[in-house]
Design a protein around this ligand. Sequence first.
Ligand SMILES: O=C(O)CCC(=O)C(=O)O
Length: 260
Amino acid sequence: MIVVAQVVSEVAQKFADDGFAAVGALIAPGDLAIYRDIYERFLSGDIEAGDKRSDLGSHVPRKEGTRENITQIMWPSALHPPLRELPLHERALAVARELIGPDAELDFDMMIHKDPHTGVPTPWHQDAAYWVDMPDKRAVSIWIALDDADVDNGCMWYVRGSHRRPLRPHRPTSDGRNIQCDCSEEEPGATPVPVRAGEAVAHSGTTLHYSRGNTTDGTRRAYILNYRPAAMIRHERAQGADHGLNENVRQVRNSDAAEN
Ligand SMILES: O=C(O)CCC(=O)C(=O)O
């Protein structure tokens, strides 16, 4: 128990200092098949996602015969509630509370998937640029790998310390469906975070991040749980902002500079 408490607090310190932190395994090896099975049912359309499914890489022409460049499915746990009852949700909530405080609650979840050889990077961005402004900026996204993720299939990259600086100006991607900001792997502090299947990495709402395209033969499936203070979830909902649950698409919000 003591060892676990030390590890968690080291992670919390790293998260506070760097704006991201690897949090270790959140899905046991024996449970991966359950999550992968649900994920595949979403990708194949067996679980219908409707307007919650989109292409995060839609600004790049799609290769013939492929599905999305980067499949994004918002709210899988609302579309398939049994997901919430599996062990990950309880573990991730405990991590979120350790990282941002005991008032953290799940705001929304999403799947972001890269098929083999799709090769489309996720544009550099800060999540807060997608959100309504909130007086309390605490937020954490817990990015859980369902496949081993490395630089070649699209593990996450973060810019260390970027969460402490003002939000960058974001602009719509060329097709207007998502947003991006200026940043690159050459930015001081830019760091890839490879993880094994079942492991997770946490980032704050203002941490610059991106991932390379998947240039390998394997899939890159990630499941992402996003937490913020319960009062801020109420604040968002009061403004009709629910990350696409009832809004029909995720809104592109910050196309100007904003100091958050
Ligand atoms: O999985 C990716 O490529 C991007 C994930 C992301 O942008 C996020 O979790 O906020």
